[in-house]
Design a protein around this ligand. Structure first.
Ligand code: KIV
Ligand code: ZN
Length: 512
């Protein structure tokens, strides 16, 4: 049996300290629920004393999650500890995390305390926190630049005072992996009582070493990693959860450790944090970047099509992606192109394949990456066209500053002309509501994009919509000088494709 490494997620505390990443209470609760779905062991929900918002978020999260331990950070100060205890009161499993800096530079310039006073304050704080909860974590802030012998004194004392987890932060991301691992080994050898508590590592990414340092800490005896989704956090960020979790999983042979993270929830967590914080993940970011499972070079694409493991060390489905997003580009050959079409459900040959490949080459010349969605569009444009089951004859929209706009459409279906009027929250919404009513069902609109094809106020407007029908997405385009007309055409095109597809025998492959 391999060692269990606890995952302590601090997206909602250290992660929120990244510039521009602040979140409100309901967003934090949503993320906390996703962290519970991921099955993290501990959620650091905030820093209770730091603001009313943080306090409330910790309280709400304490009600909202059942399984994970809910933790609040606090300085080694009585009123901080009281606020933390108060905020986590409702949690089923709770922890107080208290910290004080132990490096010479922090003690002298920030705290203006002599080391003995720091040690005494640390012990008092742990004892005070212990009067509220059983589970107390203590951190030596800036441990990475602290004297190891002083760390031994402080940690031995706080363990005696009741700390159940001791955390070794490399607060400024200064450590190198070997050095950090050796520090953990040294503490394991010299701190009294250390075998009875959890040893945690908390690394920052100022030198791009946060993941490597945390893993090195694990190799030398740590059994808790503090990390964040997408690696967000103070300055360059923290160890990223997805990286350490997948490293421990993919290289279990090396680390002899495991986590209990449900890795299939990783992408959902990453996307949620991106959408809440508005902080995009770089495309080449390990595990969750847009290119993490993409292959551009023709040789690589060919290899992956023949045997996925040739260029992939993990299956994209392990992290919750539905399939590999194979990126084709101008270097991709016909084999890679038709292989990717096959995986998308299109089995083209002969003239159809030639036509689609020619179009693909011209798209690839203009666009560096051709993604799955582009392939759907190519096949849709070149190979399949749907008949106009519903044809737009005319429309009028009535819109004013007070009251709801309404749209009246005249459509032709099966030789018959039909007219209908509906209201909507906006003019486009009114048009779409009218079409929904006329076809007799609500349509699931997933994307609505307006592009201006030429400049100026008389520009030709092009609208692209995508609608979802179960697993399938259908795209419609419409261009017109009037953007409302373009909107109506695009929607009807997508709807016609959907209806046509539904009416075809199931052996016929789908299209967009
Ligand atoms: O980086 C750090 O030292 C911290 C502590 C408060 C744990 O975030
Ligand atoms: Zn930190």
């Amino acid at each position: 049996m391999t060692r269990h490494i606890k995952i302590f997620d601090t997206t909602l505390r250290d992660g929120e300290q990244s510039p521009g990443c602040s979140m409100n209470t309901s967003e934090k609760v949503e993320i906390a629920k996703q962290l519970e779905a991921l099955n993290v062991d501990i959620i650091e929900a905030g820093f209770a004393i730091s603001s009313k918002g943080d306090f409330e978020s910790i309280q709400e999260i304490s009600y909202a999650v059942k399984q994970p331990i809910v933790c609040s950070l606090c300085r080694a100060v009585k009123k901080d500890i009281e606020a933390a205890a108060d905020a986590i009161r409702a949690a089923r499993n709770k922890r107080i995390h208290t910290f004080i800096a132990t490096s010479p530079i922090h003690m002298k310039h920030k705290l203006k305390m002599i080391p003995d006073k720091v040690l005494e304050t640390a012990v008092e704080s742990v004892k005070y926190a212990k009067s509220f909860v059983e589970d107390v974590e203590f951190s030596c802030e800036d441990a990475g630049r602290s004297e190891p012998t002083f760390l031994v004194r402080v940690l031995t004392a706080v363990i005696k005072a009741g700390a159940t987890t001791i955390n070794i932060p490399d607060t400024v991301g200064y450590q190198t992996p070997d050095e950090f691992g050796i520090l953990i080994a040294y503490l394991k050898d010299h701190v009294e009582g250390i075998d009875a508590v959890d040893i945690s590592v908390h690394c920052h990414d100022d030198l791009g070493l946060a993941t490597a340092n945390a893993l090195s800490g694990v190799l030398y005896g740590a059994n808790q990693i503090e990390c964040t989704i997408n690696g967000i956090g103070e300055r360059a960020g923290n160890t990223s959860l997805e990286e350490v979790v997948m490293a421990l999983k993919v290289r279990e042979d090396q680390y002899q450790c495991h986590t209990t993270i449900n890795t299939k929830e990783i992408m959902a967590a990453s996307r949620l944090v991106t959408s809440v914080t508005g902080s995009e993940v770089q495309a080449n970011k390990a595990i969750v970047g847009a290119n993490a499972f993409a292959h551009e070079a023709g040789i690589h694409q060919d290899g992956v099509l023949k045997q996925r493991e040739t260029y992939e060390i993990m299956d994209a489905t392990m992290v919750g992606l539905s399939k590999n997003k194979l990126v084709l580009g101008k270097h991709s050959g016909r084999h890679a192109f038709s292989g990717q079409l096959n995986t998308l459900g299109y089995h083209l040959s002969g003239d159809d394949l030639n036509k689609a490949f020619e179009r693909f080459k011209s798209v690839a010349d203009q666009k560096k990456e051709v993604l799955d969605d582009d392939l759907h569009a190519i096949v849709s444009d070149e190979i399949y066209t749907a008949p106009e089951i519903y044809k737009l004859i005319s429309f009028s929209v009535h819109s004013q500053s007070t009251g709801q706009p309404n749209a009246t459409l005249v459509l032709e279906n099966d030789g018959e002309t039909m007219t209908h009027t509906s209201e909507g929250v906006g003019a486009v919404n009114a048009i779409y509501a009218t079409i929904d009513a006329m076809i007799g069902e609500p349509v699931n609109l997933v994307d609505y994009i307006v592009h201006s094809v030429t400049g100026g106020t008389d520009a030709l407007g092009k609208v692209t919509v995508r609608i979802r029908d179960g697993e399938r997405l259908f795209k419609g385009n419409g261009s017109a000088l009037d953007v409302l007309m373009a909107s109506a055409k695009a929607y009807l095109e997508a709807v016609n494709k959907m209806l046509y597809f539904r009416s075809r025998p199931s052996s016929v492959k789908p299209y967009l």
